[in-house]
Design a protein around this ligand. Sequence first.
Ligand SMILES: Cc1ncc(COP(=O)(O)O)c(C=O)c1O
Length: 381
Amino acid sequence: MWEKPTPLAEIMKELDMALEKDHHFADGRVLGSMCTNPLDIAKDAHAMFIESNLGNAGLYPGTLDLEKQVINALSQLLHGDEKIAGGVVSGGTEANITALWIARNITKKKKIIFPESAHFSFHKACDILAMEPIMVPLNDDFTMDLDHVARNLDDDIAAVVGIAGTTELGAVDDIAGIADLLPDDVFLHVDAAFGGFVLPFLKELGYQVPDFDFSIPGVSTMAIDPHKMGMSTVPSGALLVRDRNWIKTTHKDAPYLDTVGQLSALSGTRCSAAVAASFAAMRSLGRTGYTQIVKECMDVTGHALKRARKLGLEPVIEPVMNILCLRVPEPEKIQKKLDGRGWKVSVAQNPPSLRLVIMPHVTIHSIDSLFDELDSLLGEV
Ligand SMILES: Cc1ncc(COP(=O)(O)O)c(C=O)c1O
């Protein structure tokens, strides 16, 4: 591939060919991803800050300042106070692992309770941190069964995890109920990687949204991803912690770098262009812009539900946010057939169903085309 230099025009051709093979959000046919086409201003900011690396923050005081502003704005969105600290990380996985790393280091305990609906990053966290997972079954509405949590609380629990927007269904656990169960020394981590940029805006729109954030005193840490519904570029997640002293517990001395005072997550060198992109997206849209985007996603989700019902398909739950899981016969077969026709949808495992994530790039028009295809496919399976 690289024995000798290749002319730039040839390289561009190769890149174009690879890009052509990829699926693109702009086509409106990707309904299985929790990411979307970032705002243009976010892409521009990403390109401007392409060499920035907050793994060596001393070189990038300007980017560091943007990170502080992003974290402060997210903290305000999630009802945090001035003691909240955190950092921009590569995504929900890194935020979740780092949250449990902090909980383990502070409590010196080794069990984690999380619902069966939790993202697989919590299993990774248990593996890496040598912690023991205790998985809790779900209620009929696919939220975590709190009686089961209560029964499993013992002296070796470091943290309990609640999900504000589950990956498969978008269900929201009873975070306040979990907090009520926990002794002061057990951490409560809320994974709002997806829901963090949805639920506050649903509330603005008048939807009934239970408290799920730092407004609940027992919430210790939260994950929220700008690269999902935050309209920013990949890789952009964030971890917020209730007490800024906690971030010292993962700190490792790196005398050759200048990183003092920052959240120490898993990455060393990190893509900080996404920090600038998140800043730009949030400044550009403002809370009103996000409210409008969430409204549009919910309108399209409502339209998809109507089209589904016309075909006699029922949702697993009434959509809480912009995720619609449909009970269909043999979801994997249908997914494969749709794939063959250029549609990228996913399949939920619990319960088996066809999962549509209605991100901002999904329009009423794409939903209509998808359901026209589904209509003809359903007869075939
Ligand atoms: C609720 C939730 N948490 C965490 C993650 C992991 O995020 P990432 O893929 O950005 O690491 C996801 C991904 O879909 C998610 O839905």
